[in-house]
Design a protein around this ligand. Structure first.
Ligand SMILES: O=P(O)(O)OC[C@H]1O[C@H](OP(=O)(O)OP(=O)(O)O)[C@H](O)[C@@H]1O
Ligand SMILES: Nc1ncnc2[nH]cnc12
Length: 170
């Protein structure tokens, strides 16, 4: 299935100069959504993954479904102030602006094998921060996985420490 058919390009969103890859048509199509979840999960079945950690908000949409598919738990990496227990935080730069993410300090036991997921890899700042956060908790990163990768940005360079898997590239 050609998943690119279900991704819409929006010019100058959220700021001038950004070509926004809008995945909402894909989310709304039951066959495309199911195909995408299967494609992301497939390489990680039987790889002894303990948890899928995904990044709010768009990462959550697929993250829990992937966790279910591969028989792993789910860890939410959230925007600031949303998690109720003691958390670790990290601030990073985005393709547009900057952001902070947090995770519960007790989310994993040291040595847990974690698959990191986000919907899209652009500069790599978000995923790099998320991996550093999980490593601070003692997690072993199995891989970083994405639905969409933007290859004209230095995302792969930022994440060179980790295996990178993406389903759609631009
Ligand atoms: O590789 P990077 O340059 O770091 O960019 C990728 C991140 O940007 C988007 O998130 P955004 O902060 O727009 O939040 P959302 O998921 O809440 O829409 C996207 O969902 C990734 O998390
Ligand atoms: N160009 C882009 N399209 C969609 N989501 C993004 N997140 C960061 N850059 C993005």
């Amino acid at each position: 299935m050609d998943l690119k058919q279900y991704i819409r390009d929006i010019k100058d969103f959220p700021v001038q100069g950004i070509l926004f890859r809008d995945i909402t048509p894909l989310l709304g199509d039951k066959d495309a959504m199911s195909y995408a979840i299967d494609a992301i999960a497939e390489p990680y079945k039987n790889k002894n993954v303990d948890y899928v950690a995904a990044i709010e908000a768009r990462g959550f949409i697929f993250g829990a479904a992937i966790a279910r598919e591969i028989g792993a738990g789910f860890i939410p990496i959230r925007k600031p102030g949303k998690l109720p227990c003691r958390s670790e935080a990290m601030t990073y730069d985005l393709e547009y602006g900057s952001n902070t993410i947090e995770v519960h300090a007790d989310a994993v036991k040291p040595g847990s094998r974690v698959l990191m997921f986000d919907d899209l890899l652009a500069t790599g700042g978000t995923m790099k921060a998320a991996c550093s956060l999980m490593e601070r908790l003692g997690a072993e990163i199995v891989a970083t996985a994405f639905l969409v990768e933007l290859t004209d940005l230095p995302g792969r360079l930022m994440l060179q420490k980790y295996p990178i898997y993406s389903v759609i590239s631009y």
